[in-house]
Design a protein around this ligand. Structure first.
Ligand code: MG
Length: 223
């Protein structure tokens, strides 16, 4: 069972679903020549993708182009189905920072061929997650600076105010299809500036008032 930590008492919470949004920042949607989506683009990662802060990100030999995506993550604290937008925030336990590591070449191939891209997004170590801070400790989740650097050079820098679908809308939308359960994690999408990492790179990422991540990138050891 894979767990995440909820501060301040460091309670360990088993993770159920990891639900991710695609193209939830306009400038990132543009990077891929895409329009801003009319409704949320949703995909899932397995809980085996989770690593905690500091653990190495392992590049699968299936890809020649693994990208970083830094994202605000939301921990669900209360189960629900068909949740209204006005009730949605009552289901949030806390916020964290996550990386949505992506085999971009595999994702692009799959998109082109109309195939699922689960493997491109769901491989082991593709979901580094910080401890979660309680919702009450984050004043406004739509005014948080979000940034990521590789080897000390800044690659991504934005503000969560620029997300297209807000957290209450996302929860209301998802709960029309999924029962949301305590321990589910939502990745709210990445801002612009995504790019490749290679073995021995160091990734540092931070969301002000929420948390930070520090990871080394390594290649999968051959047998
Ligand atoms: Mg993403």
């Amino acid at each position: 069972m894979h767990t995440v930590v909820l501060l301040p008492d460091k309670r360990k919470i088993p993770v159920g679903k990891i639900i991710c949004l695609g193209k939830n920042y306009a400038e990132h949607a543009k990077e891929f020549g895409g329009d801003v989506p009319k409704s949320p683009i949703i995909f899932l990662k397995p809980s085996t993708a989770i690593i905690e802060n500091g653990v190495d990100i392992v590049l699968p030999p299936l890809s020649k182009n693994v990208h970083h995506e830094v994202e605000l993550t939301v921990l669900i604290g209360r189960s629900g189905k068909n949740i209204s937008k006005s009730e949605a925030m009552n289901h949030v336990a806390g916020y964290g920072i996550g990386l949505d590591m992506t085999m971009r070449d595999k994702q692009s191939e799959a998109k082109k061929e109309g195939n699922p891209w689960s493997i491109a997004k769901g491989f082991d170590t593709s979901a580094p997650l910080s401890p979660f801070v309680p919702k009450a400790s984050v004043g406004d989740p739509y005014n948080l600076d979000i940034k990521l650097s590789v080897n000390g050079k800044q690659r991504q820098y934005s503000n969560t105010g620029k997300m297209i679908f807000k957290i209450d809308e996302i929860i209301a939308f998802l709960s029309l299809a999924f029962t949301l359960e305590e321990g589910d994690v939502i990745f709210t999408g990445t801002p612009e500036g995504v790019g490749q990492v290679i073995a021995s790179d160091i990734i540092d990422a931070e969301i002000s008032g929420v948390g930070s991540l520090h990871h080394r990138v390594v290649a999968l050891k051959s047998k």
